[in-house]
Write a protein of this length. Structure first.
Length: 171
């Protein structure tokens, strides 16, 4: 492409982002329909913007994760409810139960390490420089995953099957 490429009057990037977020909704909806049972070794890392419109998390978590937070849905979660615009789920942080409500538009990443699948999204909220924060400490952390996300410690790229959709925009 050249710099002479005209601006599209069709918002392709937004359409693709919305479709890929629907994948997350469909996966979570199937887990909800199964009574919250994850098949096989599947488990999910879901990263979202904590300050995005519609996100509802307890104040102590918002204070600890002012920009972005990653949750793990694996063994200890409850009351997963999936709606057209987002999902809610109960999780425990340092053995303190919490209810989180997350719109799909706030999600920036969805990963299922059991099958090397991942999606990354453009933030649909105003891009704010991320602030440093501690890692989430959901009770029942996933064993066998190093800090760099390398499950088996072999140095392989954990994002080998991550689909990144990032359309450049002219300013």
């Amino acid at each position: 492409m050249t710099d002479d490429t005209p601006d599209s009057l069709i918002p392709y990037d937004e359409i693709v982002q919305e479709a890929l977020r629907a994948v997350v909704g469909r996966v979570l909806g199937s887990i909800e329909q199964s009574g919250g049972e994850l098949p096989g070794n599947h488990h999910f890392y879901i990263t979202f913007k904590t300050g995005a419109p519609g996100v509802s998390i307890p104040p102590h978590l918002k204070e600890r994760f002012p920009d972005e937070m990653t949750i793990v849905l694996q063994n200890k979660f409850w009351e997963l409810e999936v709606r057209e615009e987002g999902f809610s789920v109960g999780l425990s942080f340092n053995q303190i139960p919490a209810k989180l409500d997350v719109p799909f538009a706030a999600i920036t990443a969805f990963v299922d390490p059991a099958v090397d699948f991942g999606l990354q999204f453009q933030a649909t909220v105003a891009d704010i420089a991320p602030e440093a924060h501690e890692d989430a400490e959901n009770d029942g952390a996933v064993a066998g995953i190093s800090d760099d996300g390398d499950e088996d410690g072999d140095g392989s790229d954990p994002s080998s099957n991550v689909v990144t959709v990032d359309f450049g925009r002219k300013k």
